[in-house]
Design a protein around this ligand. Structure first.
Ligand SMILES: Cc1cc2nc3c(=O)[nH]c(=O)nc-3n(C[C@H](O)[C@H](O)[C@H](O)COP(=O)(O)O)c2cc1C
Length: 194
C-alpha cells in the first residue's frame, strides 16, 4: 500500500440517485489520492443525471453501461472488471440496487458485477429520508451487512425534491475517503492473517 494511492484498482458502480451529481468531482478526488486506477460502470438511470462521457473524462477510462458492452481490453465487463479490482464501490447506491443485491438479483451490469466480485464491496447510499428509513430498505441494508458488504450511511445535506436541507445526501468526500481506506486496511489485515 503506497502513501499516495492506498488502493490500486477501484471499480465504481454509479446508480441513479440525484447524489450522482457530485460523482464526477469525487472521481477526480479519488484519482488524486485514493486510487491509482478508477474503472466505472453506470446504470441506465444514472445516465439521466450525468453522462458516461463526463465520467470517462475524469476517470480516464472507458465507462461501461451495459452487461453486453465490450472494449479492446474488456470482453465481459462484470467478470473482467471485478476480477482485477481491489474494491468495488457503489456510489451513490439507490434503494433499488440495495434491494437487488440483498435479494440476489442480477438483472443489469452493476448487480451482476456485485455477485461476481470477490473483493470488498462498499455501498454509499443516497436517497430521500422516507426511502432510507422505509422498512424494506432498512431490512435490505441489514441483509447487505449480513452478506459481508460495507455500508456508509447517508448524511445531512440538500434534498432536491423539496429544495431544502434534509437527511439522505451523499457524505462529504473526506468521509467517503476515510471509510474506503479503513475497509481496504481491514481487508489487507484479513488477507495477511490467512
Ligand atoms: C429526480 C429523481 C431523483 C432520484 N433520486 C433518487 C435517490 O436519491 N435515491 C434513490 O434511491 N432513488 C432515486 N431516484 C429513483 C431511481 O432513479 C430509480 O429507483 C431507478 O430505478 C434506480 O435505478 P438504478 O438503481 O438501476 O440506478 C430518483 C429518481 C428521480 C426521477
Amino acid at each position: 500500500m503506497t502513501e499516495k494511492f492506498p488502493i490500486k484498482n477501484l471499480l465504481l458502480g454509479v446508480t441513479g440517485s440525484v447524489g450522482v451529481l457530485v460523482v464526477p468531482h469525487y472521481v477526480k478526488l479519488l484519482r488524486e489520492g485514493i486510487a491509482e486506477n478508477v474503472h466505472i460502470m453506470m446504470s441506465y438511470s444514472a445516465k439521466k443525471f450525468v453522462t458516461p462521457y463526463s465520467l470517462r473524462l475524469y476517470s480516464g477510462n472507458y465507462v461501461f453501461t451495459d452487461s453486453f458492452d465490450i472494449s479492446d481490453e474488456v470482453r465481459v465487463p462484470h467478470i473482467d472488471l471485478t476480477r482485477k479490482c481491489d474494491m468495488f464501490v457503489i456510489m451513490p447506491a439507490t434503494a433499488n440496487i440495495i434491494g437487488k443485491v440483498a435479494n440476489g438479483i442480477c438483472d443489469d451490469l452493476i448487480s451482476t458485477a456485485v455477485m461476481a466480485c470477490m473483493s470488498p464491496v462498499v455501498f454509499i447510499p443516497s436517497m430521500n429520508p422516507n426511502m432510507w428509513f422505509s422498512k424494506a430498505n432498512q431490512k435490505n441494508v441489514s441483509i447487505l451487512k449480513e452478506l459481508g458488504h460495507h455500508v456508509l450511511p447517508p448524511s445531512e445535506g440538500y434534498e432536491v425534491a423539496d429544495m431544502k436541507p434534509s437527511f439522505g445526501s451523499m457524505p462529504e468526500f473526506e468521509e467517503v475517503a476515510d471509510f474506503l481506506k479503513n475497509v481496504h486496511l481491514l481487508n489487507l489485515q484479513k488477507k495477511n492473517k490467512k
